[in-house]
Design a protein around this ligand. Sequence first.
Ligand code: ADE
Length: 226
Amino acid sequence: MKIDIITVVPGLLDSPFNHSILKRAREKGLLEVNCINLRDYAINKQGQVDDYPFGGGAGMVLMAEPLVNAIEDLQQHTSYNEVIYFTPDGPAFNQKTANRLSLHQNLLLICGHYKGIDQRIRDHFITMELSIGDYVLSGGELAAAVVVDALGRLLPGVLSDETSALFDSFQDNLLAPPVYSRPEVFRGWAVPEVLLSGNHKRIEEWRQEQSVQRTKERRPDLLEGE
Ligand code: ADE
C-alpha cells in the first residue's frame, strides 16, 4: 500500500512512521509513506500557502491553488482510491473504516492546518473526510499518523503473528480481553488460573466471556451496533 500525505508541517510526521511496526512494514516493502510539503507548491517565493478567510474571522485558510497543484501533480503519477481530508467535522474514524481502507492500493491524505482548507477543495477533490474524535487538533497531521498506524498494522505480513490483528479490540464489536505475562504472582496478585491451565478450549471460552463482560461494562454502545 502506498500512502501520500500533503502537509504544511512535514516535521510533525518525521517520527511516527520510523519506529516499531510501521518502520518494519516500510522496511519489508509492505507500506510506502511519502510526506509532501505543501510549501513546494506555494503561490509565491515567500512560500505562501494560506490566506485570510473571506468574510473575516480569526485564523488562516489553506488556499485552493497550492492544494490543487499538489494534488494534481501527485495524481499524474498515482491513481488514488481515496483522497482523504482530516477534519473534526468529518465522520468518525473507526476499526470498520480502517479495515476497509487497508484493502486499498493508494491513498492520498490531506492535512489541514490553521482554520482548515478552502471549501472548494473539499467540494471538488476530496472523496472522503475523517475525524479521529470530538476534539480539535491544531492540524490533520496527528490524525493522519493515527490512521496510517491503524491501517499499516492490518496489512498482510506486517504483524509477525498474522492473525493477531483479528483479535484486536473492535474487530468483532468487542473489546479485547485482559492479558497477563510473567511472573504468575506479582506483589501477591495472581494471574487467572485458567490462563495457566494449558486447556486451549477453556482459555478461549474465558477470553470470550471477558471480552463480552468488558464490552458490556465499558462500551455497551458497541453491542447495540450492527
Ligand atoms: N483536524 C483537527 N482536528 C481534527 C480531528 N479531531 N480529527 C481529524 N482531523 C482534525
